[in-house]
Write a protein that binds this ligand. Structure first.
Ligand code: F0G
Length: 482
């Protein structure tokens, strides 16, 4: 995709696949969308698929599978114990990551549960480049504390730093020296750092983290859920990796980690997940929990069909033409929005296009969830479902105070190989319109607020009837258009 030049006009991302199965999607009129978002408590997680035109909530479990993955699913070898499919998956993990032991789990957060239960004790610390919602929740549930060790660039919305997901090595050293290495449960490095806009870390940074781990005798746990995007960025942005294959880069990264875990809902375009390691001790410690929480060791909560799909999905992830599809579509979207002055996170990362709600709706205080309000408003005017990644995704402190997040983002995830460029252009058009009418958007407040992971199923209402004003303006500008 990246190597095709266009003779006329600008280069556009060119897909190296074709669609052979399609699914009908609905674009409901704005009046129906208003009812839908109200019923959903202004929480895009609670919308129904039948009311959604483009689903950009997440890339989790919704990437398009390949024909080879679908075909492999028919060959699956079903059995509770000793399935041939599991052996295939185990062998693929060994081949790609070079890790001897593999524990299957039903998805990424199940891996996090097992790792945290095994290694996090009350009062221990887990330094991370940045937290992810479920990874932090599991550390905290086990009595640990998360320390985010990001660089100064990480939280800058506009930046030209190619690896905003890097850890700040001097800060990491300082933390360990101050707290004592025995208090560090492990260091967690996340590929394609989700909550700061899908931003990658470099191979060089991971090599430096490894040196710190060796110096202090600390384990390095690598969250490879968003590895595919990170591989693309390492190959394209890190000088010393330009001539390395995706396979070679993967192996270099994997060799630096003691434990690797992943959500196969992302990595491998399937469903499920797993943990791999070369440490027999760590494997044995985690093994008991897999049988307790996930299932027997040769399926771990996954169906054999899913495992077959992961085997092929991982293999296909080693193809540059596959891993570049997401980042290049995202880059297109980010560039077009920038041209129109819409505030977006730069440089373009993986996972999706991230809109800076803090600037987009700078009149909405963080306590009224600007990113949540923007997500609801955007669905209303477009039928496109994005996800709030800001204060709503945080948890209140012990005294019930809001934890204001560092960033207020509307994430528009790009499911891989699912939408066409005309879909993406439609999504851009409606954001630009909304930006011109941003003064109409106001805040949200909770009416039902769960204490844990409230963003998933909490319900809110608008702080004024701004939703109606937005519908009215839409009708003025778009006439009877959907
Ligand atoms: N780690 C990262 C970096 C993730 O992005 C996710 C999931 C997980 C772990 C947990 O994996 O969903 O299989 O349990 N991210 C999804 C998202 C939910 O929409 O970004 P899971």
């Amino acid at each position: 995709m990246s190597h095709v030049k266009f003779y006329y006009g600008d280069s556009v991302p060119l897909e190296m696949h074709k669609a052979r199965i399609v699914q009908k999607i609905n674009l409901q009129p704005i009046e129906r969308r208003l009812v839908a978002i109200e019923e959903a408590g202004y929480n895009t997680f609670l919308l129904k698929n039948s009311d959604i035109f483009m689903d950009m909530l997440t890339d989790s479990g919704v990437n398009a599978m390949s024909d080879r993955q679908q075909a492999a699913m028919l060959e699956a070898d079903d059995s509770y114990a000793g399935s041939g499919t599991f052996t295939k998956l185990h062998n693929k993990i060994k081949e790609i990551f070079g890790k001897e032991y593999f524990l299957p789990a039903h998805q990424g957060r199940a891996c996090e549960n097992i790792i945290s239960k095994s290694f996090v004790k009350k009062g221990t610390i887990v330094p991370m480049n940045y937290h992810f919602t479920t990874s932090k929740a599991h550390v905290v549930l086990n009595g640990g504390v998360v320390e985010e060790i990001f660089t100064e660039e990480a939280l800058k919305i506009k930046s030209d730093q190619p690896f905003k997901g890097n850890m700040d090595i001097p800060k990491l050293r300082e933390l360990i020296q101050k707290q004592g290495q025995e208090k560090i449960a492990f260091i967690r490095l996340e590929a394609g750092t989700n909550l700061i806009g899908g931003q990658p870390h470099s191979l060089e940074n991971m090599e430096e983290i490894r040196k710190v781990c060796d110096e202090f005798g600390i384990m390095l746990v690598y969250d490879a859920s968003l590895l595919a995007d990170n591989l693309y960025f390492i190959k394209n942005r890190e000088e010393k990796c330009k001539n390395m294959s995706i396979n070679q880069i993967t192996r270099k990264l994997a060799d630096l980690a003691d434990i690797i875990y992943f959500s196969a809902r992302k990595l491998g375009c399937a469903r499920g997940g797993g943990i791999c390691t070369n440490s027999k001790e760590a494997y044995l410690k985690m093994r008991e929990l897999v049988t307790l929480y996930e299932g027997f060791l040769t399926y771990g909560g996954m169906s054999v069909r899913e495992m077959e799909a992961i085997v092929i999905g991982l293999e296909e992830t080693m193809d540059e033409n596959m891993v570049n599809q997401g980042p290049q579509f995202i880059e297109f979207m980010v560039n077009e929005l920038q041209k129109k002055g819409v505030p977006v996170v730069t440089p373009a990362g993986g996972l999706g296009c991230h809109i800076n709600a803090m600037e987009f709706v700078d009149h909405i205080p963080q306590e009224q969830y600007p990113a949540g309000a923007l997500a609801a408003a955007y669905y209303l005017v477009s039928g496109v479902r994005g996800m709030e990644r800001g204060t709503m995704s945080e948890q209140r402190d012990e005294d019930g105070n809001e934890t204001l997040s560092h960033m207020e983002l509307l994430r528009l995830a790009m499911p891989r190989r699912v939408y066409s460029l005309s879909h993406v252009k439609y999504a851009i058009d409606r954001i630009v319109w909304l930006y011109e009418n941003r003064h109409l958007i106001e805040g949200l407040k909770f009416v039902e607020e769960p204490s844990v992971l409230r963003f998933f199923f909490g319900k809110l209402i608008t702080t004024s009837n701004w939703q109606n004003k937005l519908v009215e303006k839409f009708r003025q500008d778009f006439g009877d258009s959907l």
